[in-house]
Design a protein around this ligand. Structure first.
Ligand code: FAD
Length: 479
């Protein structure tokens, strides 16, 4: 204790947890803990639903920190990190600021600015692992580049192995005794632009926080036998529901991996289910390794020839898609699920994204932005990679000519129609509470009819999409 400094500063980003958090351990080793979250321009520019979810995650971490420190919670400050953090260094005399590295491009820029601001004070920024399964430098092709195709990437990652989780944080933590005053979390309005949507999410979103993440993982592993067979069925609750916990770092992917592997080794009947689940976690990892290598992935097509594709920009069909009034039952059900819960089943995400980019020939970036605005599990790498994958312009993408037929997808994956009935008031039978809650979540300027009407035109739209693609292919430079 006596060799410790005056304070250990932890700059939180997407690591809202106490377990497997090497940055937290390092800050505690430096001295009494001062854990700070900075609401900067990047956070303010995030989509409304993810800001709403962030606030819940911060409240949950704050409560746990208060319990372990006997009273001192999270310090939440508004400003730019390169101003806020040097002030804390001056106040505490700390020599280091610790952060779990969140490798998003905007955060990389902020880290550079913080480094520059700390140097004159004789302090430094120390980044720690924990957001990914392993450091991207460990999974490289023979030529030293990033893998562009998922299967060899997954093989290489499994060969290298996943990093082991770090030891848990101590049960009792000494906190810095004289922190500056910060924003009161309970009064903080991180998503005032949600309007009625916030109350609806309050009712239908999954519980937030680290304890909820562990409970969710445990429950999922208990039932993981059927994951392999049922994960594509939106009418069943067959997937883990961990994505928002992972997006905010309420649980680390390394912990998820280790606990799932452990269960798989102990219960042979779960090997296929958990094996498939681990390969989905690798998709998340793949998205991040790609994003780190190509930080423009959320703006520009990975394959540059796609810059010339004649995507439609803002249009009335896009508006109908956004408001869940396309008249295609599975598409509208999925868009309503997203508005009411902040999430959407993966199979349905693929269908709505394919419908927008192919049947409606609309720019994938517009769909991606709407998802970023509406998802509580928003993750910039997974969102961008998947949109590019569906649109056909990403690395290892599904080819453009492979166009999902939303009606066939519905018959195959929602055979009794219970998913569509759950989310779509006016589609077969009495509306459910969830279906009606959709209307409470809407901004008053959206005039969405309560009388849902089916619309045809899928075949015609598909033909137009294929014709546009043929024309594009002929004009595109040969590779
Ligand atoms: C157009 C589109 C946009 C998407 N945007 C996001 C996003 O913003 N944030 C996000 O977390 N996921 C996104 N996904 C991926 C996927 O839909 C969600 O991760 C998944 O639905 C979350 O549910 P779950 O946690 O129950 O998943 P499970 O099936 O239980 O999978 C376990 C974990 O693996 C990861 N995972 C699963 N599928 C994928 C995938 N296709 N790509 C990357 N990681 C995956 C997630 O971290 C997930 O929590 C998107 C998919 C599509 C098609």
């Amino acid at each position: 204790m006596t060799s410790k400094g005056k304070a250990g500063i932890l700059w939180l980003a997407r690591d809202l947890r106490l377990s497997d958090n090497p940055a937290l351990r390092a800050a505690i080793d430096d001295g009494p803990l001062l854990a700070v979250f900075v609401i900067d321009g990047q956070v303010e520019r995030q989509g409304a639903a993810s800001r709403w979810r962030l606030q819940r995650g911060l409240c949950s971490l704050d409560a746990e920190l208060r319990r372990r420190t006997r009273g001192s919670g999270l310090l939440v400050l508004r400003g730019e990190a390169e101003q806020v953090l040097p002030d804390l260094v001056r106040l505490t005399g700390a020599k280091s600021v610790h952060q779990s590295d969140w490798p998003a491009p905007g955060m990389r820029d902020a880290q550079d600015r913080v480094r520059n601001a700390l140097t004159p004070l004789g302090a430094r920024l120390i980044l720690h692992p924990g957001f990914l399964l392993t450091h991207p430098g460990n999974v490289r092709t023979a030529q030293g580049g990033v893998y562009r195709v998922y299967t060899p990437f997954a093989r290489a990652l499994r060969a290298v192995g996943v990093d082991r989780p770090a030891a848990a944080a101590p049960e009792a933590i000494v906190a810095f005794s004289k922190p500056p005053s910060g924003l009161a979390l309970a009064e903080l309005q991180l998503a005032p632009d949600m309007h009625g949507g916030a109350e609806v999410l309050e009712r239908f979103a999954l519980p937030a926080g680290e304890a909820a993440a562990f409970a969710r993982l445990d429950e999922f592993l208990d039932h993981a036998t059927s994951y392999d067979a049922d994960r594509d069925r939106p009418d069943l609750d067959a997937t883990s529901g961990l994505s928002e916990h992972l997006a905010l770092g309420e649980i680390s992917p390394r912990t998820v991996w280790a606990m799932a592997r452990d269960r798989m080794e102990r219960e042979a009947s779960k090997a296929d289910g958990i094996g498939k689940f681990l390969s989905e976690l690798i998709w998340r990892e793949f998205a991040w390794h790609l994003f780190i290598d190509f930080p423009q992935m959320d703006r520009s097509p990975w394959r540059s020839e796609w810059s010339a594709f004649p995507w439609r920009r803002s249009n009335t069909s896009l508006e109908r898609w956004t408001r869940a009034e396309t008249g295609i039952a599975l598409v509208d059900a999925g868009m309503r699920e997203m508005r009411v819960t902040g999430r959407m089943h993966n199979r349905v995400r693929m269908v709505v994204a394919s419908y927008l980019t192919k049947h409606l020939l609309t720019d994938w970036r517009l769909g991606m932005s709407h998802f970023a605005e509406s998802l509580t599990d928003w993750d910039p790498a997974s969102n961008a990679m998947n949109w590019q994958w569906v649109a056909g312009c990403g690395p290892d993408a599904s080819p453009f000519f492979r166009i999902f037929n939303p009606e066939k997808q519905a018959t195959q994956y929602d055979p009794q129609g219970s998913y569509r009935r759950r989310w779509l008031a006016g589609w077969m039978g009495k509306p459910t509470d969830e279906a009606m809650a959709y209307f409470d979540s809407l901004p008053s300027s959206w005039q969405v009819s309560r009388d849902w009407r089916e619309r045809g035109g899928l075949d015609e739209a598909r033909k137009q999409a294929l014709a546009a693609f043929e024309e594009f292919k002929e004009g595109a430079p040969r590779r």
